[in-house]
Design a protein around this ligand. Structure first.
Ligand SMILES: [Mg+2]
Length: 402
């Protein structure tokens, strides 16, 4: 279970103007084009201006008609960027996993920071306090088990909001909300849905995957997963690839353990090949299993030593599969294997003193497989991925393979 925080500054540009110009405080401030120019839009406006029905992206002429007494200012990009850097510096004090969404908004994965700070709620509170101390500006914060829920949560009690979505009460939080809150629901989709009586996210969830697909087509399944509170996208720092993963959707849902294992092997092989191609190894392996009802299980493990070998990744993928306790009770539609915690290769090989004799033997085995893997990569780079398949990747009875 992850803890994701979404931080969004309140009326950012307008708040910076009110911060730098105390005489603007408590007044309608509209940042954007000059009204006398007759063209252009509102970039941001203060909460006082919103009371006049002004909002961002509105033509500036309409804003001026609604509130001629407002304070109209042109944006000062350099100043906003300067404050943005301070805000993101604060985020960096709580986690390395920060994904900027815009100048005043970002996702933080604080899962690994909980042991230092306590709960997600505590971290959210601390971030708000620190941002205010450093910049004098107010942020709204959402804390949730995934990005989608965190983003909705930060918007719920704006301004100066702090909203925590309890992982055990996701539906209570999500289902009463209007359908437009779902990412990817525009006016058209909303109309289509409301003509069928679907107005809240809960209404959509209650249709079931098939019901949603019947109305919206395959695109509807993504919305259905969001309506079920599911979103497994990672916080992407953008600095480098954090993970390499592959997944496969079966042609029909399957409860066949051999088929699932074969898929895990094929995926492990693909992932290992990509790791070696990228010149990295992984210290973490995770698997993902999505069943016929679209609920998703993920399991991850941290390895003792980094690897880029099919056999090792597959070994852990199988261990994770057995950890789920699944023995063919339900059918899966999709499986995935991901190498996370990518690391530069060779770290463990350059420190042989760390190994006792048993591990040294294991190391030799790994080195041997490493050389075999290199040969495989060489052949593949010349003749394509299909040129070499491990025995059990070939469909059908392995004994019949020529
Ligand atoms: Mg904002």
């Amino acid at each position: 279970m992850r803890t994701i925080i979404h931080v969004d500054m309140d009326a950012f540009f307008a708040s910076v103007e009110q911060l730098d110009h105390p005489e603007y405080r408590g007044k309608p401030v509209i940042v954007g084009a000059r009204p006398e120019s007759g063209r252009g839009v509102v970039a941001a406006c203060s909460y006082e201006a919103r009371k006049f029905g002004i909002h961002s992206a509105m033509p500036i002429t309409i804003a001026f008609r609604r509130c001629p007494e407002g304070i109209y200012v042109t944006p000062r990009g350099a100043r906003y960027k300067e404050i943005s850097r301070e805000i993101f510096r604060v985020f960096g004090d709580f986690t390395d996993l920060v994904e900027p969404l815009s100048i005043d908004e970002g996702f933080l994965d604080v899962t690994g920071s909980l042991c230092l700070f306590g709960t997600g709620e505590k971290i959210g509170q601390l971030i708000k306090e620190r941002v205010f101390e450093e910049t004098g500006l107010v942020a709204s914060v959402g804390v949730a088990p995934n990005k989608f829920l965190a983003k909705i949560a930060s918007d719920i009690n704006k301004p100066d909001g702090l909203c925590v979505v309890d992982p055990d009460r996701v539906f209570e939080f999500l289902h009463p909300l209007p359908i437009k809150r779902l990412w990817g629901v525009g006016a058209k989709t909303a109309d289509k849905l409301s003509s069928r009586g679907v107005r809240t996210i809960g209404d959509l969830a209650h249709l079931g995957a098939d019901g949603v697909r019947a109305i919206l087509g395959p695109h509807g399944l993504d919305l259905y997963r969001l309506a079920m509170g599911e979103d497994d996208r990672e916080v992407e720092t953008g600095r480098e690839a954090k993970s390499i993963g592959n997944e496969v959707t079966f042609s029909e849902d399957t409860a066949d353990t051999e088929r699932v294992k074969r898929a895990l092997l094929a995926l492990s092989d693909k992932v290992a090949g990509r790791l070696r191609k990228a010149g990295v190894e992984t210290l973490g392996v995770s698997i993902k299993l999505r069943d016929e009802k679209f609920s998703t299980i993920t399991r991850s493990v941290t390895l003792e030593k980094p690897t880029a070998l099919t056999g090792v990744i597959y070994h852990y993928a199988l261990a994770l599969l057995s950890e789920t306790g699944w023995h063919g009770e339900r059918r899966f539609r999709l499986v995935g294997v991901t190498a996370n915690k990518l690391a530069e290769p060779g770290g463990h090989l350059s420190q042989p003193e760390l190994f006792d004799t048993g591990e040294a033997d294991e190391r030799l085995v790994r080195e041997r497989e490493g050389r075999a893997a290199e040969a495989v990569d060489l052949i593949r780079s010349k003749f394509g991925v299909e040129a070499l398949k491990r025995g059990s990747l070939v469909p059908g009875d392995p004994k019949k393979v020529k």
